[in-house]
Write a protein that binds this ligand. Structure first.
Ligand SMILES: [Cu+2]
Length: 123
C-alpha cells in the first residue's frame, strides 16, 4: 500500500460531500455535537416552529409533552427521502437531523398534522 495514494484519497473526500444526502438522521441525538439548533415540542407545538440555520447544522427536537410526537419532513430537498418520517418520540426523547443542503424543509407531526407544523430553512 502506497501511503501517498491514501493521503490523496483523504484529501479528495470533502469534495465528495456533495453526494451526501440532503438531510441525514443523527444516530445519537442526545449526545450530538457540532452546531445544534434546539426545538422543544410542547403543548402540541414545535417551539420555535420556524428556524433558519446554516448548512451542516443539526436540528434537535425534544418532546416535552406527555403525548408522543414525531417529525415528518415533507417536500423540499427531502422529497422522496425514505427516512422522511421520523419515529414517534415519547416524553423526554430526542430526534435530530443534520441538514446538508440549502432549502426549505417543511415538516409535520404525522398523527397531529393539522395542528403541528414547522419549517427548517437551510441557508
Ligand atoms: Cu404530535
Amino acid at each position: 500500500m502506497r501511503p501517498y495514494v491514501l493521503a490523496a484519497c483523504l484529501t479528495v473526500m470533502p469534495l465528495t460531500a456533495a453526494y451526501a444526502d440532503a438531510v441525514e438522521v443523527v444516530a445519537t441525538p442526545a449526545s450530538a455535537s457540532g452546531e445544534i439548533t434546539e426545538i422543544a415540542i410542547k403543548d402540541m407545538a414545535y417551539g420555535p416552529a420556524n428556524v433558519k440555520v446554516k448548512r451542516g447544522t443539526i436540528v434537535r427536537w425534544k418532546n416535552d409533552d406527555e403525548v408522543a410526537h414525531n417529525v415528518q419532513l415533507r417536500g423540499g430537498p427531502a422529497k422522496g427521502w425514505d427516512k422522511a418520517q421520523g419515529p414517534m418520540l415519547n416524553k423526554d426523547e430526542s430526534y435530530a437531523l443534520k441538514f446538508n443542503e440549502a432549502g426549505s424543509y417543511k415538516y409535520i407531526c404525522t398523527p397531529h398534522s393539522i395542528a403541528m407544523k414547522g419549517e427548517v430553512i437551510v441557508e
